[in-house]
Unconditional design. Structure first.
Length: 412
């Protein structure tokens, strides 16, 4: 009869073998895995609080869009987060559900309870611990040695309860490179299956982000046993650029939020990173499984439920993206939409091109709209209407009702 110790060691060996096989598969595929953190980091944005049932609606939309994993919440910090995660069990079946944890055993236990019932290959934890001199001295009052001991204890403990364990050194971009890599080496040896590189305060440039990724790849020899994830904040407006730079350097997982919502200036925007990869396959040469036609509806859903409206000029989801008032652009779009668009609305699930009538509009757009309304569109009428539009006060909207009025006045 086998001893309990033998059986325990055998089970650990099998688990480690499965973990390594999955990681090797993802790395060989070259695919970019999208890990969405809208429901956790995004919700931390002031004013963006979500109720559990609202989180479930967004989670369903993210699942339909094809994200690989969902950062579903922080169980130890909020009963509402626990409730939201519990609602997802059995409903969100395709993405991996992960829970955020401090490097505390009690946080890991809270995550274990919240994710109870989810299949072992679809549940995970993301541990974080401050590693920069600023965090060690002013936040944690811990030495390097003490930080390493905390990582060893908690990552090892998490690996006993979860097959999927991520570890991120908080404020990694201000951590000494030698210590950063030491933390990663230790975390992987203790069972971390993903190591994250978070630019917590959003200070990096693409060039410096790539330098960090190269250093990690060069100085973490056991990186073959873990995926490399990146997480960028947008304080300098470079979160998407930094994310793409790291993808090009070989990062396996990217953390993003819908509409780029999040702390301070927000996070890397999921829809922007996806479309950059979709539009430049020759440059990035990386596949992904997010369905681009789901992006605009997803953006609008998150805006609706969080109450954080999308800026008009926001890439992908903004109302101006497929709208123009300029006559030259309107003429080109009527002849061929590709003349003044990087991609067509249907590629991202947009409603369509909007030719806005206003002071800058030309004859073609006015005539096009008149014809759609079954109104006279001869040159005399069109030119008169354009003249009347230019006399309207600033901010006046030329909708179909207004256009009918102007046409009636011209034909009176």
């Amino acid at each position: 009869m086998s001893s309990p110790t033998f059986l325990k060691n055998l089970a650990k060996h099998v688990t480690d073998t499965v973990r390594h096989a999955v990681i090797s598969h993802h790395k060989r595929s070259g695919a970019v895995l999208f890990s969405d953190t809208t429901l956790r980091d995004g919700e931390q944005m002031p004013g963006a609080t979500l109720e559990p049932f609202e989180k479930l609606r967004i989670a369903k939309a993210l699942q339909d869009a094809g994200v690989h994993s969902l950062d579903a919440g922080f169980p130890a910090s909020s009963e509402a987060d626990v409730a939201a995660i519990r609602m997802m069990i059995g409903v969100i079946t395709r993405p991996v559900l992960t829970a955020l944890c401090r490097t505390l055993r009690s946080d890991v236990d809270a995550a274990d309870r919240a994710l109870h019932g989810n299949p072992v290959h679809k549940r995970g934890v993301s541990l974080f611990c401050g590693t920069s001199p600023l965090h060690r001295e002013h936040k944690l009052n811990k030495s390097r040695t003490e930080i390493l001991k905390i990582i060893e204890d908690t990552v090892g403990y998490a690996a006993e309860k979860f097959r999927i364990v991520a570890f991120s050194p908080e404020d990694a971009s201000r951590t000494e490179v030698d210590f950063l890599c030491e933390c990663y080496r230790l975390a992987i040896s203790c069972g971390a299956t993903t190591i994250g590189f978070p630019d917590t305060v959003g200070l990096l440039t693409p060039e410096k982000a790539r330098t960090f990724i190269k250093a990690i790849q060069d100085n973490v020899p056991n990186l073959d046993r873990a995926l490399l994830a990146v997480h960028f904040h947008n304080d300098l407006g470079l979160a998407v650029a930094n994310t793409l730079a790291c993808i090009q350097e070989g990062a396996n997982v990217v953390q993003c939020t819908v509409n780029g919502i999040g702390e301070r200036a927000g996070n890397a925007s999921l829809e922007e990173v996806v479309m950059a990869l979709a539009m430049h396959p020759d440059q990035y040469k990386r596949s992904f499984k997010v369905d681009t036609t789901k992006l605009v509806p997803l953006c609008h859903l998150v805006a609706e439920l969080t109450g954080i409206m999308i800026p008009r000029m926001k890439p992908i989801g903004g109302t101006n993206i497929f709208a123009t008032e300029a006559g030259i652009h309107q003429d080109g779009l009527l002849k061929n939409p590709d003349t003044y668009l990087p991609f067509r609305p249907e590629k991202v699930g947009g409603a369509g091109i909007q030719l806005v009538l206003g002071r800058h509009s030309g004859r073609k757009a006015v005539a096009h709209r008149l014809q759609a309304l079954n109104l006279s569109a001869d040159d005399h009428v069109v030119l008169k209407i354009i003249d009347l539009i230019k006399q309207l006060p600033k901010g006046a909207v030329v909708d179909d009702a207004r256009l009918r009025q102007l046409a009636a006045s011209v034909n009176a």
